[in-house]
Write a protein that binds this ligand. Sequence first.
Ligand SMILES: [Zn+2]
Length: 430
Amino acid sequence: MVLAPLSATAQQTLAPVAPEIEQALGRITKHAPVVKAMEGIKGSSVRMFEEQVRISEVPAPPFKEQARAAYYLSKVKEAGLTDAAIDTEGNVIGVRRGTGKGPKLVVAAHLDTVFPEGTDVKVREKGGRYYGPGIGDDAAGLATLLTALEHLNKSGVRTIGDIVFVGTVGEEELGDLRGMKALFRDHKDIDGFISLDGVGLGRIVNAATGSHRFMVSFKGPGGHSFSAFGLPSAIHAMGRAVAKIGDLVPPSNPKTTFTVGTVRGGTSVNAISGDATIGIDVRSNSQEELVKFVEKVMAAIHEAVADENNRWKTKAQITVDIKQVGDRPAGSISADAKIVQAARATFTAIGATTRSMEASSTDSNLPINLGVPAITLSSSGQAGGSHSLGEWYAPVNNTLGVQNILLLSLALAGVEGVSEPVLEKRTPRQ
Ligand SMILES: [Zn+2]
């Protein structure tokens, strides 16, 4: 994902965290094995960053995450989850079992980057900043999870629920959340989900910006601009469609947006065009508005085709072919949901604050849309230039995010003899 600027005014509307959640965290942070894990994490800053660099230097272009997945699998096994494996879609999955009666929590970071094959992924230091495409988004998340897992295992903390560590594929745009779609198709019993994506500790993404994308192709007879004049034109039909779409008014709340991002077509300036294609992107923070607005776009396209055909009234007509090329579901979970409250309480426990509640398009889109409690958080450290070749990361307080995800996972999954799981066990989905 690309991170929006942090808003400093996020806290004002949030209700206080429930006392039982704060008490659970209070007990967990005093539990001797947890104290040991937290200290171990604090001392692993350099080692962890070295691992982040190694992960970042294994290329992971969209749809070609295999090399990074294989490397990450080996590290997850080394950290103690010897049964970890790669699923049919390419996700790395390792389960740290609880005592057996608790919820199943998934903590994840994405393996893929936006960068194509052949991109130079060597990490280079300059003035305290480490430059490397993908080093923050999301090598930071992968290293954070790995370090949390390692110290969880070393400390011997026994959780009640299972904590499933996942490196996902297909998070970035064209991947269309294919890793998440497979994960939630194959595991109907997931009770909660946390994605670590990008850098910026204190951010909570609890709203999922959904998107639908389409490639719309107009086809017609085509012909000479002079001698065949009178035939309908694919480009003219397309132009009518773009004009109609351009006039649509989406709701501003929940934020819903659209754009015709690409146009292509025609063969020659002196030909009635026989083909034209547009690419359309529609986004919304509400699944209902997303679907509603897409219907309006479709209606505009069909009207445009009818208008063009009526203009010329010939036998040869313009036809349209609409192909959906992207489907990221939308939705949101309440700012008062237990998983959000637990995240806020955990920030407080490590001396950080909740800096923003946001809508974004991340791996959490899928579980949020399915009604599974899910949020996306970010790793600690400093970073910039996400999704660009100039992406950089500086390991400032880089272990804070590890302590955060460790404590939060323990609070949600519950610790044997210390605290009950904050996360509720759900009825498995159909
Ligand atoms: Zn990302």
